[in-house]
Design a protein around this ligand. Structure first.
Ligand code: 13P
Length: 251
């Protein structure tokens, strides 16, 4: 099938522009020969200097959010047009922290995904259940629903280019990683729903990541599962050596 793995860092609200540049300069050479695609999801204000620092390297840059409108009276927001102007490659959409603290919904996620494609940005769409939802036994239904709404109205070609990140909320920042079997099970559910909606070609092409306490010591086991195409990494992506080991999980 030949899906290229992705090791994506989500820095969240961490690092100044100066620290960000130091980080990618230290990371560049270490990950130069990596088989996985390397993505750093940096705060908006770090994007210009990080883009400049990664020039000529294989490190790609993601934003952590965007608005769906091109411009207008949306104080504090950043548009896809602005990110495209900075030649940002990816944009993380619908992270559970955005859903929880900033009232994002499946509907706004869908609007943002459409806007991302309009401006040539690849969306990394986050889905995942809370601990209560897992205990209630609704994980598969919930994740299927989140994926369906996020992708509403997209073409098959667009869905092939999208990335989905399965991030169980109970595993984020808790040190409690889903087992590789648990992560594989839900990533397979996601690929199945995409197959139902868009066919096998698209389901085989789309990349599905796992996120939630990924670290150097568990990356290989997770990334080698058949439906897991890499990871979206929070805390462990803030340290050069740890993130390098995650990117080079197969070496
Ligand atoms: P941690 O890797 O810190 O658990 O965070 C995961 C995450 O939210 C990535 O988007």
């Amino acid at each position: 099938m030949g899906r290229v793995k992705i090791a994506a860092g989500n820095w969240k609200m961490n690092k100044t522009a100066k620290e960000a540049v130091e980080f990618v300069q230290a990371l560049k050479d270490k990950v130069a020969g990596a088989d996985a695609e390397v993505v750093t999801g940096v705060p908006f204000v770090c994007i210009p200097s990080v883009k400049k620092a990664v020039e000529g390297s294989n490190i790609k840059v993601a934003a952590q959010n965007m608005h769906w409108e091109e411009n207008g009276a949306f104080t504090g927001e950043v548009s896809g047009a602005m990110l495209a102007d900075l030649e940002v490659n990816y944009v993380i959409i619908g992270h559970s922290e955005r859903r929880q603290y900033f009232a994002e919904t499946d509907e706004t996620v869908n609007k943002k995904v459409h806007a991302a494609f309009k401006y040539g940005l690849k969306p990394i769409i986050c889905v995942g259940e809370s601990l209560t939802q897992r205990e209630q036994g609704v994980t598969a239904e919930l994740v299927r629903y989140q994926v369906k709404i996020a992708l509403l109205g997209l073409s098959a070609e667009q869905v092939k280019e999208a990335v989905i990140a399965y991030e169980p909320i109970w595993a984020i920042g808790t040190g409690k990683t889903a087992t590789s079997e648990q992560a594989q099970e839900v990533c397979a559910v996601i690929r199945k729903v995409i197959e139902e909606l868009y066919g096998k070609d698209v389901a085989d092409a789309i990349r599905i990541l796992y996120g939630g306490s990924v670290k150097a010591s568990n990356a290989a086991e997770l990334f080698n599962m058949s439906d897991i195409d890499g990871g979206l990494v929070g805390g462990a992506s803030l340290q050069v050596d740890e993130f390098d080991k995650i990117v080079n999980y197969n070496k």
